[in-house]
Design a protein around this ligand. Sequence first.
Ligand code: C5P
Length: 427
Amino acid sequence: MGAKLTQALRDREILLIVGGGIAVYKSLDLVRRLRALGARVRVVMTTAAKEFVSPLAFVSLSNEAVHETLFSATDEQEMGHIQLSRRADLIVVAPATAHLLARAANGLCDDLATTLMLATDKRIVFAPAMNVRMWTHPATQKNIDTLRSQGAYFVGPDEGEMACGEFGPGRMSEVEDIVDKIISVCAQETRLPLPRGVQQCPRIIGNDLIGRHVLITSGPTHEAIDPVRYIANRSSGRQGHALAHAAVAAGARVTLITGPVTLADPPACQVIHVESAAQMSAAVEQALPADVFIGVAAVADWRVVQADHKIKKEPGASAPVFTLVENPDILASVAKSQKRPALVIGFAAETQNLIDSGRKKLIAKGCDMIIANDVGEGSEVFGGANNEAHVIMRDSLQSWPKMDKMMLATKLVELIAQRLSPEGANR
Ligand code: C5P
């Protein structure tokens, strides 16, 4: 192999999905060869693959933990399945059994391997291995066509004598051929085009948030007056939800506690739906500890002493008078909590003296950062797509120009990652 080729996979990350077939022994060699070419290889094994070879063999050859189950608490906290599938430059499935191909072609995701294939934004190279009749079966061929039309690549299978005694196509390609295919695919763009309607969060650069727990409140709260009426505010939840997206993109484990909004739940985070400030407060307390708390929700300061039954309009009777009681200040209590996150961040919607009021709030609530924004008439921050913020910290101030809420979320997540110390992650 020439000098140029020996560099071909330097700093590339390959996610190798190992299906259950006798060709697994070749995949062990594949790991060794890919690493020798400079690639980092993370291995995922299906349950059937483990019948043929122990995960320990792949651990030893890849020098990485082998991922096996979808519902592994440690894996999900260290690197969730979305990260696992997105960090890689390329996914390679070898051996790709008929069943694995069928599940991938039909979008099934009942184990870690198939979930990764469905969630990935990268190309997949399949190295099929199966009995000749299974390979030539119209069902398998249809699945291959489907996967090709979705941008997948195939290497092999080769023709030859099979373990089952038949002769024909079905043997997994030789390791050199699989490696050549991987090199040629890696030389091109391995990222799949964005599906319609999906937006890419700007990439978080610098320190990322892998291993960190980020707790976010978003949206308004509804404070019941009686069983059918409530007091609300104009918060749309767009900024809080955008922050959840950005924190997930940076690798964090995200818990989003949201009041009633019309937005879809952001993917890959734990979303808890609440209505009132009291429910939000309880949910936040339950979700601690966290490394970062970001209180974006427009929490009602007061609630009505609630009537048990619908208040009726009686002819001639005077209008009802509501008694208000103060709601818990969630941000201030998180900042005072024994489980105080390393960074406690609040938002301050103001109509005048933004920075002064923001500084006072920073001290009064005991937080580390206040994002002050002007919600005065004409600002269109509440419910709108843009935001213009002053980031007030104890030691500094940053004034950011008007930008899209997603962009603001990304910038804020970058700043959070810079401010967090490497120690003390609350997994
Ligand atoms: O006091 P004010 O409502 O202006 O403070 C805004 C900040 O405090 C926001 O971050 C908001 O989420 C948080 N807050 C809270 N609980 C309240 C009121 C506000 O967490 N009861």
